[in-house]
Design a protein around this ligand. Structure first.
Ligand SMILES: NC(=O)c1ccc[n+]([C@@H]2O[C@H](COP(=O)([O-])OP(=O)(O)OC[C@H]3O[C@@H](n4cnc5c(N)ncnc54)[C@H](OP(=O)(O)O)[C@@H]3O)[C@@H](O)[C@H]2O)c1
Length: 248
């Protein structure tokens, strides 16, 4: 009889959109999930909804831009579980207005975007790394975007080579920086059981795109879920979409 506990995952920004679907899918695969988000009421409701389907999901209040809140969340997870196996850094914002030239996006939006999409990820990861190191098979999934691919942005045949997608310079650069962070952390953790990978979900119909996109959330969450559930012989330091490598 196997008495070992199920893997424990934390998904940031999981009260809606791709994060919520990722939490649901991981829980469906037998993972115990901490459904994290910055609004306590929203995460409580979202977790309750999934628990009604019989899934093992608990809410966790976590604003990735709030250092004290991050420390409190780590303390809660350490007290209740003593470790963390999977961290999905999913929370992000896209606050730039479509249609503006790259040079016209206000610096305040650059700073706010980087605070959440890069510094939030780095701070959450640094804070939870001691608990991930206690896992026999730690997994870190950084939810990036194809818009973080500088190679793709520079390709005239790419959909990113368009006024619409060139009007999100801060969002795109924040994801390029997230990709770089992924490579750096994977290097540091090579030779440990912890794997660190960046993913592109695909252009998915969520609130971030005002409902536009090519994929539904089920398809969009599939890459995060697959990289969260990697076997011990799986890769680290990659940037993929549904098993296909994306150029950095
Ligand atoms: N949708 C796409 O086409 C697409 C494509 C490529 C990459 N992505 C990436 O996929 C991830 C999920 O995107 P999505 O489309 O699901 O976006 P979404 O529907 O806008 O959801 C974003 C989630 O992040 C949360 N969040 C924002 N700031 C936060 C903070 N400071 N602390 C904690 N949570 C915070 C939001 O919480 P609130 O509810 O409180 O606002 C929400 O739960 C993002 O990293 C995004 O960049 C999406």
């Amino acid at each position: 009889m196997n008495h070992s506990p199920p893997p424990l995952a934390l998904v940031t920004g999981a009260n809606r959109g791709l994060g919520h679907e990722t939490a649901r899918r991981l829980a469906g695969a037998g993972v115990q999930v901490l459904l994290a988000g910055r609004n306590r009421e929203a995460v409580t409701q979202a977790a309750k909804h999934l628990r009604q389907d019989g899934l093992s999901v608990d809410p966790l209040a976590l604003d990735v831009t709030d250092p004290a809140g991050i420390r409190a969340a780590v303390a809660d997870v350490e007290r209740d579980h003593g470790r963390l196996d999977i961290l999905v850094n999913n929370a992000a914002i896209r606050i730039e207005e479509y249609g503006k030239q790259p040079s016209q996006q206000p610096l305040a939006q650059w700073r706010a975007t980087f605070d959440t999409n890069l510094f939030g990820v780095v701070e959450v990861t640094q804070a939870f790394l001691p608990l991930l190191r206690r896992s026999a098979a730690g997994r870190i999934v950084n939810v990036s975007s194809l818009l973080g691919s500088v190679t793709t942005h520079d390709d005239p045949d790419s959909y990113a080579y368009s006024p619409m997608f060139k009007s999100l310079p801060a969002y795109s650069a924040s994801k390029s920086a997230l990709n770089s962070w992924t490579v750096h952390l994977a290097y540091e953790l090579r030779g440990t059981p912890i794997k660190v990978n960046a993913v592109h979900p695909g252009y998915t119909r969520t609130g971030m795109n005002d409902g536009a996109g090519d994929l539904d959330v089920s398809e969009g969450a599939s890459t995060s879920v697959a990289m969260a559930l990697l076997d011990d012989d799986g890769p680290t330091g990659t940037y993929t979409h549904q098993g296909q490598t994306i150029p950095w």
